[in-house]
Design a protein around this ligand. Sequence first.
Ligand code: SF4
Length: 362
Amino acid sequence: GVVASSGAPRLPRERTRRVSVGGVAVGGGAPVSVQSMCTTPTSDVDATLAQVGRLSDAGCELVRVTLPSAADVDPFHAICAQSPIPVIADVHFDHRLAVAAVRNGAAGVRINPGNIGSWDRVDAVIDAAGEAGVPIRIGVNMGSLDKDVDAREDLDGPQKLVASAESFVRHFEGRGFHDVVLSAKAHSVPVTLATYRELSRRLPEVALHVGVTEAGTLLQGTVKNCVGVGVLLEEGIGDTIRLSLTADPVEEVRVAWELLGALGMRRLHPELVSCPTCGRTKVDLIPIAEEVERRLQGVRAPISVAVMGCVVNGPGEAAGCDIGVACGQGQGLIFAEGKPLRKVAEADIVDELFKEIEARFS
Ligand code: SF4
């Protein structure tokens, strides 16, 4: 890569305008933040707060809650008041709900201006958000494009998303409102890549919320999001991420952190370094690695733990991690901070690893 010779911004995300979403900085080189969305009915305050708590515990930094009707405004207000993390209202069709959200504790509001009905109504939201100091995410989706844009035969999918998103951003800016985060989502990875690259070129000052939407269930959705979002993040594009999965939203947060960790950008949880096993392996390594992974979920420190099958790469990897084991015939050699400590029986490997982890990192 190119090494910057001055303090000038190198990456697209360092050049975006910074927005504060309830105190969480988005854009302008701020750490890429992780967000998700509640799946509970907003009318059920207790269930929603319980889910927000689980999301927050998993490392979710911003949470979106839908606001589908006027009857949900009071519950939404209660959720905002008690949530441990900033709450963003997700509003469609009815601008009055977006206005109510910014007056009832929302740290941000997400609208698709294309389904709000008219510019007058969009302007009512802009003005209310401006008064309340609340940022707006303009969220455009392939599945709900503005009819006029969708009908244009001169544009392909990404160009339609970009044209729609750009016209909205220009309108907001024309009204003097700059507290904007932008998303333009599709379920296709190539469309996602083309769209966000073009948005970043055309609107370099606008913070981008990146994700692959409707990406499917856990395995496929993880792959699609990690390819789409991962490539963009590596190119410096994307200020906040939401990885949509047809799954418990806690999984979205876990995958998002794995992605940020894999890219070497941010790490919240331990990294497990484990070998695939092969014909040389003389212990039952896979259950050992799975048990270590399970117990590591309780550790909130960015440590590395190696679980290795033999002496080929085992001692080197184990010594290179914070804690590790290199296995042999029915036993394992435990390492900590680069040094071999002791040999233990296969049945004791997990407990012995966690003795060392707990002594150092809890
Ligand atoms: Fe096989 Fe050893 Fe490599 Fe594991 S570390 S895959 S057991 S050679």
